[in-house]
Every structure is written in C-alpha cells, then in structure tokens.
Design a protein around this ligand. Structure first.
Ligand SMILES: [Zn+2]
Length: 200
C-alpha cells in the first residue's frame, strides 16, 4: 500500500500526518517534504511546539474547552458570568468559532458530540448531566448545535431535560446567512427563515 521512498521515520511521519482532518496521504507527503526542506525554520520549531503542547494542553473540567489551564480562561473570567448566557456547542471547534465571531462575554458548554443512535452515541456519552448541573447558574441556555438532524434531536433532548430547571432555553436562529441570496438557498433553509422571521 505505501510506496516507501524515505526511511521508516519519514514514512511514519507521513502516516501520522495523513490522519489529520483535511490531509490525505498525498497532502501529508507534501507537508512532510516541505517540513524536511524547511528543517530549521519549520520542522524544529514545530517539533518543540508539539512537545510543549503535549505537556500543557488541558481539557477544562467545567466546560470542556481546551486550554492550558483548568478551569479555562473563559470559565475563570468573572465578567463572562454577567451576561448570564451559556451557549451549548457540539465541539471545541464551534466554541472557538463563536469566540472568533466575537459573540460577547458569554460562557460555553461543550457536549462532545450529538446524540446519534446509529453510531451508538447516547445521552451518557455527552456531557448533558454536567450541563444540567450548571444550568441553574445562568439565566439563559442557548443551544448552538449544528443544524443537522442529529443536532436538532440533541437540542430537543436537552430542552426536555432542562425543562424542570426553570432556566430559559433558546436556540440559534436558522435561516438566511449574512450576505446570502434567496435564490441560492435550499427550500429547507428558506422555509426555516420564514418561520423564524423577526420584527424590524
Ligand atoms: Zn471552561
């Protein structure tokens, strides 16, 4: 299967890199060649950065974010509590995307996935119990899971689960994206956008 053209160390590096999302064997091979050509400027610092990250990375025990401290920087920031908003996301990547978007001083809860009976993912596999324990500390829980079937099933499950707590539960709006043209949208999105219309 592998056409070894470098030594075993190089082949192993290619194999490991090809497991990264977005990188197949071909692009992994190109990346490794690039690293080798730029050994001093890139490969050595990358290796050192990986070593440091391996030592430093922590999963926040409160929200599931990835940081070098736990509780993470977001959970440790008291100003984040003032808005009373807790946004529930599937993955750390979604949390980081919301932070990049500058959504404001909010806190997050990372579920670690969505309910998916076909893949054997049930409520106990996600951090839903932990969310239920945190909910009372916030005035509003915003469910920010993906607009997929599994995401929406998960959103309904969480809403039911939190119903007894008295905390307001909302979800992100579904509809026309910023800069979107109606003619290019699929029917499902258009129908959702009409349903979720808001007043000016
Ligand atoms: Zn945290």
């Amino acid at each position: 299967m592998s056409h070894a053209s470098g030594g075993p160390e190089i082949e192993q590096l290619i194999q490991l890199l090809s497991r990264l999302p977005g990188l197949g064997p071909r692009s992994a091979r190109r990346a490794v060649l690039h690293l080798i050509k730029k050994k001093e400027q890139l490969m050595v610092p990358l290796s050192a950065a990986l070593d440091r990250a391996v030592e430093a990375v922590k999963v926040c025990q409160t929200c599931g974010n990835i940081d070098t401290i736990s509780p993470c920087t977001i959970c440790a920031d008291p100003r984040r509590a003032e808005s009373g908003l807790l946004i529930v996301v599937e993955d750390v990547a979604d949390l980081w995307a919301l932070e990049r978007a500058g959504v404001g001083p909010v806190r997050y809860h990372v579920l670690g996935g969505v309910l998916s009976p076909l893949d054997g993912v049930g409520p106990d596999d996600l951090s839903i119990d932990a969310l239920a324990r945190r909910a009372a500390d916030y005035s509003e829980i915003v469910i920010g899971v993906n607009a997929t079937v599994e995401g929406q099933t998960t959103a309904h499950y969480i809403t039911d689960r939190l119903a007894g707590t008295g905390v307001k539960v909302t979800r992100l709006a579904h509809g026309v994206p910023v800069g979107g043209e109606l003619d290019y949208l699929d029917e499902g999105t258009l129908a959702q956008a009409l349903k979720a219309r808001t007043s000016f």
